[in-house]
Design a protein around this ligand. Structure first.
Ligand code: 6PG
Length: 266
């Protein structure tokens, strides 16, 4: 069945409902492996990794067979999508989660993980340092905004994604690559990829689990399908890669409010 093209003119966002957390994690790991394997021949591959809890199992799965042996670790650069501005060892640290679930278990070459440095003076300094790392990793001056190959994102029940929270000034900051912001529950200072960088990615992979996300997911998919629905009130709905694809890997609980016609077959 040909899916109707969204009003955005971009690719139709594709929603896959996976029945268990293990299936969802395997689907995510499989897609990341597919992107990395396909792009590794072109040189470096750049993948953004979100924090929070949902992606943990996907990262752990990527660190296990069959992916551990087959993934082209030597060609891939991993970029932190966002960080709470807490010390690296802090239980709230996204970097700590990514290290525990993935980086500590696989042969990623030195210098192939690019995180936000929360030992710097403040989030603005961390955002600046991160931007410098991006610019040196993508020396091609023709690209004002680097094109990451894929970015793993989550969605909060309030519709935030990365550390872009509803109605915050960060959304209208005019920053292209990275920015300092505040958010979460309880709110903490944060650093995050900016929307233009996310929307230049070749692919966005949303991982969403739980009935608490059902409303935000429905609104995000609706906005991905129809640009007229986009609003700073729902940052996850502002993510729509211009020349890429948005894939949603969700569980049945999160998909509870999605029309059947929005779900990809198979
Ligand atoms: C963070 C994450 C954030 C996350 C959502 C969903 O720093 O909290 O980057 O954007 O993706 O809050 O979090 P869960 O996966 O824990 O539900």
């Amino acid at each position: 069945m040909k899916e109707s093209r969204p009003a955005t003119g971009g690719a139709v966002p594709r929603v896959f409902v996976l029945q268990t957390p293990v299936e969802l994690a395997r689907a995510a790991a499989g897609r990341l492996w597919g992107i990395a394997r396909e792009r590794a021949d072109t040189g470096s591959v750049h993948i953004g990794l979100s924090g929070g809890e949902t992606p943990r199992k996907a990262y752990e799965t990527l660190a296990e067979e069959p992916y551990r042996t087959r993934f082209p670790w030597e060609a891939v650069h991993f970029w932190q999508v966002d960080e709470r501005f807490v010390p690296p060892g802090d239980p709230r640290s996204n970097r700590r989660m990514i290290w525990e679930a993935l980086l500590s278990r696989v042969p990623v070459p030195p210098g192939h993980f690019h995180g936000f440095d929360t030992s710097l003076a403040d989030p603005a300094a961390a955002a600046e340092a991160y931007e410098a790392a991006l610019r040196s990793a993508f020396p091609d001056g023709s690209r004002k905004i680097p094109r990451l190959d894929a970015v793993v994102l989550g969605i909060g029940a309030d519709g935030h994604t990365a550390s872009l929270f509803p109605g915050t000034a960060a959304l209208l900051s005019g920053k292209d690559l990275a920015l300092a912001t505040v958010g979460g529950d309880p709110p903490v200072p944060r650093v995050s990829m900016a929307l233009p960088l996310l929307n230049h990615a070749g692919g966005i992979l949303f991982l969403v689990q739980g009935s608490g996300k059902a409303k935000a997911l429905r609104e995000a998919v609706a906005a991905a399908r129809d640009a007229s629905l986009r609003s700073p009130a729902l940052p996850a709905g502002l993510v729509a890669p211009k020349r890429g694809t948005a894939i949603f890997l969700v569980d049945p609980e999160a998909a509870g409010l999605l029309p059947l016609s929005w779900r990809a077959a198979g």
